[in-house]
Design a protein around this ligand. Sequence first.
Ligand SMILES: [Zn+2]
Ligand SMILES: [Zn+2]
Length: 176
Amino acid sequence: MEFLTVIFVIFTCLSTTILAVILYLIYKNQVQLNMILKKESPTENPVEHKRVSTTTCVNHPDNRAKGSCSICESYYCELCLRQKVNIPVCSDHLSIVTDNKWIPVKTIYSTPDNPENGLEFHDLKRFHWKENQIPSYIETQYKINLDNEAIESFITLYTTEKHLSLFTKKSTDKNA
Ligand SMILES: [Zn+2]
Ligand SMILES: [Zn+2]
């Protein structure tokens, strides 16, 4: 009888020790896991807000702008903005788009590494329209380069056939 009691006590002690070791290991793993999770949790990762257009239509101040006219670059709502092929245009300048033959002046190639390339065209376009009422529009075609997964863009500046010589001459003058 006494022998059995001793066995029982030893067994209980062993079980308790094993249980304690198991609990300790679980606790230790939990702490390590928490440390890893804390390290991996994104810190100060700003939530990117979707860009919502707050610009309003020049004709309807209560309406949110749908886009800008390709010729005058003013913002218009859904009611005012027309679409000629893939060129959004306001009603005032729709005839300029439809009644002219459009010729590409120049195409530039732009990548995310040199996005400033496109700005040159926008400056040129604005300058010609504001100073001389020479119409032009910019068309951008995007292409994904599968080799480096970069988005490349081909930005083309168009003007009307009758303004082409003026435009190219003026653009050379401006670049010089
Ligand atoms: Zn316009
Ligand atoms: Zn409008």
